[in-house]
Design a protein around this ligand. Structure first.
Ligand code: PMP
Ligand code: GLN
Length: 407
């Protein structure tokens, strides 16, 4: 399969040229403008619309965790550069979490790396592991930073498209197998999946693991929504499949699980060799970050099961409110099994261009959403899909639903 080089991920930018006419932005980044999240959040502020675009909660996470951050700051923990791999308390907490929740053992000293959110973990992993010209397979639609980070690493992205079927977006395993070539360096996976809400099944993950072992591929797996799975869906870390622990870089983040997206505390768990490789890149990106917040997230990861259960139940209820509203408004709704996003198809509303639809929506009815096309290389495939975030207060979702009904 040919690697894609078309424009992806972001809306157009104007980055300008120098006096001699040379573009200021280097050619690796030239196709990436301002992220759609920044563009749409700005539109929400400008129009006063309800922002169901960028995925951030409109209420903060647990009060005791916020207080833990205040305490760390006051006690002078983390106010100066924390250790490069992250503070020991957080590395131990990440290790304990992976062990308690999934039965995966990681040495906190050698197999855990704290990063500036999952975003840096993704960038550092790709910069560390990809040689220029290597192919990187990513599930399409893909989170926008994947394309930019693959490009920064000089890699060539090869999208494998998730397609609607039986009420969810599904992975075609034959297509995935066909996408692997001698130039494929790694698979970049995401489950639970943003923006479709798909959670890869045990059968799908088994097949992916077999393929990775057979073709000797590395895998980066973005599991930032690991605690946001609903109904009968189950999150199973890819690293837990036979032959995978030694070839998998697993990425987590406190932003989604604890509703503190601004703290930017993420982490990587992998083998000592892979963690060392990722750290080699990471140390020249931020070196370290989020000092006091690292201590607070260590406490958050040790919250009782009841926290995670009620967070999940709360989000499931919000999903149901927004899904019902969207259905009633006439959208085709792909009920997400995970994440806090709902992908819809706008064709039943007589629309087909998600970009135009989303750019007009704030003026039309005072709601902001994200056109999924930005997450596609195959723009025409993504065109009719639009994403709505439901990590908002129920009253806000109800108001949005009422506005959507007027479409
Ligand atoms: N991966 C996915 C799939 C995401 O949706 C996001 C956005 N939160 C990130 C990574 C980035 O996470 P962070 O805010 O921790 O950098
Ligand atoms: N992950 C968030 C989303 O998908 C956005 C984070 C960002 O703005 N980079 O909405």
């Amino acid at each position: 399969m040919a690697a894609m080089t078309s424009t992806s991920g972001t809306s157009a930018s104007t980055s300008g040229t120098s006096a001699s006419g040379r573009p200021l932005l280097n050619r690796r980044l030239a196709e990436f403008g301002t992220t759609i999240f920044a563009e749409m959040s700005a539109l929400a502020v400008q129009t006063g619309a309800i922002n169901l675009g960028q995925g951030f909660p409109d209420t903060d996470g647990p009060e005791e965790i916020r207080e833990a951050a205040v305490r760390a700051l006051r006690d002078g923990r983390g106010n100066q550069y924390p250790p490069g791999p992250g503070v020991p308390e957080l590395r131990q907490a990440v290790s304990a979490h992976q062990s308690a929740v999934y039965g995966l053992a990681y040495d906190p000293d050698r197999e855990v790396l704290v990063t500036a959110g999952a975003t840096e973990a993704i960038a550092a992993s790709l910069l560390a592991l990809v040689e220029p010209g290597d192919e990187v397979i990513a599930l399409e639609p893909y989170y926008d930073s994947y394309a930019a980070s693959i490009a920064l690493a000089g890699g060539r992205r090869v999208p494998v498209t998730l397609r609607p079927g039986e009420g969810r977006f599904r992975l075609d395993l034959d297509e995935l197998r066909d996408a692997v070539t001698d130039r494929t360096r790694l698979l970049l996976l995401n489950t639970p999946h943003n923006p479709t809400g798909t959670v890869l099944t045990r059968a799908e993950l088994t097949a992916i693991a077999e393929l990775a072992v057979e073709r000797d591929l590395l895998v980066i797996t973005d599991e930032v929504y690991e605690h946001l799975v609903f109904d009968e869906a189950e999150h199973i870390p890819l690293a837990s499949f036979p032959g995978m622990r030694e070839r998998t870089v697993t990425i987590g983040s406190a932003g989604k699980t604890f509703s503190f997206t601004g703290w930017k505390v993420g982490w990587v768990t992998s083998t000592p060799e892979l963690v060392t490789a990722v750290r080699s890149a990471k140390q020249f990106l931020t070196y370290v970050s989020s000092g006091p917040f690292q201590y607070a997230v260590a406490e958050a990861l040790a919250l009782p099961d009841s926290y995670f259960a009620s967070f999940r139940a709360d989000m499931r209820a919000k999903r149901d409110v927004l899904a019902a509203g969207l259905t009633e408004a006439g959208f085709e709704v792909y009920r997400p099994q995970g994440t806090y996003f709902i992908t819809t198809d706008i064709r039943p509303l007589g629309e087909s261009d998600g970009f135009a639809f989303c750019r007009a929506l704030p003026e039309r009815i005072g709601v902001v959403a994200i056109p999924n096309a930005v997450f596609y290389d195959h723009k025409e495939t993504g065109a009719p899909f639009v994403r709505f975030a439901f990590c908002k207060q129920t009253s806000v979702l109800e108001e949005a639903a009422a506005r959507l009904k007027s479409l």
